[in-house]
Design a protein around this ligand. Sequence first.
Ligand code: MRU
Length: 370
Amino acid sequence: MKVQGRHYRTIWTEGCGDDETLYVIDQTALPHEFKVLPLRSVEDVCQAIRDMWVRGAGLIGATAAWGVWVAVRTAPERGFSDFMTQSMEKLRVTRPTASNLVWALERQKKAMAGLSGKDAERAVHAEAAAIADEDAEFCRRIGLHGLRLIREAHERHPDRPVNILTHCNAGWLAFVDYGSALSPVYAAFDEGIPVHVWVDETRPRNQGASLTAWELGRHGVPHDLIADNAGGHLMQHGMVDMVITGADRVTRGGDAANKIGTYLKALAAADNGVPFYVALPSSTFDFSLRDGVRDIPIEERKADEVRVMSGLSPQGRVESVLICPPETSARNWAFDVTPARLITGLITERGVCEASEEGILALYPEHRHV
Ligand code: MRU
């Protein structure tokens, strides 16, 4: 996507040979500052994922994949294999919910099996680049499949924009490019279909307000920021044609973990007959799980993400403020699980399917046997 006239992906390398360096966009600085950071060690990469300089399922996976390349380059000749095992483990535990992370590490493990030194470096570089390219391409295709749904909604009401509600950020910032939930929105907008997006602010970290609103604004897509709790009211009043969210992990039966609050939107959508779609690339499926509510690990993050908010002061400085009594304790679950029965369809790179084992396996028959 374009930022200040230049095309950016969310992760890339610059330079060549020993000077080649990994770069990411620091998403904690958005929307107030566009900052690019180099990641030179496995510790840098782990911090980038854990502290959410990079975030979103697809980008977490791509960053972990590039993190393996960083690890190989900094590994000692003697003790290479122990160093790599430890580095992979450090990367694996950075964030527990998005399946893309472990999926990417497994791909890298296979790519470097039996290799060391420059051979291993070449192999994991090629694999990281392939994972990143595939992520971007799959998201582009998700856009085309989701575009069909938006086009149909527009044909039903050609006299007004299609109103789409989204939660959190599942745009290009959450992937390598294009995004999942927002990719169909960009495709529809680029095709000239009038669209309008209701952007949930997405407490506690406000990915909707800070990232989705920024992305949509850069692309020129009309949108309004709404308080997290407004969605049900809008749906009751016919102001939402469809909900599209992303996902961090989806079971083989179609239960979808996504940013905390997604489940409540799905309940409101079901009560109001509003179609509720979840967009994801296949790297987000966890075919080993059947019951999402029971089995998907839900990350619990620091209480201060709930207690403290940050934003731009009238003086133009980014400042943090405490929003509760200092002695108040808080809990901070980062994700929830929307059961498949509340999901109208899954938008994947292979097409749109029912959120059920049968529907998913019709698109991904190679996963029929666990
Ligand atoms: O905690 P984050 O920002 O990494 O959360 C993940 C997300 O961005 C959302 O849950 C998103 O909708 C799915 S990831 C594409």
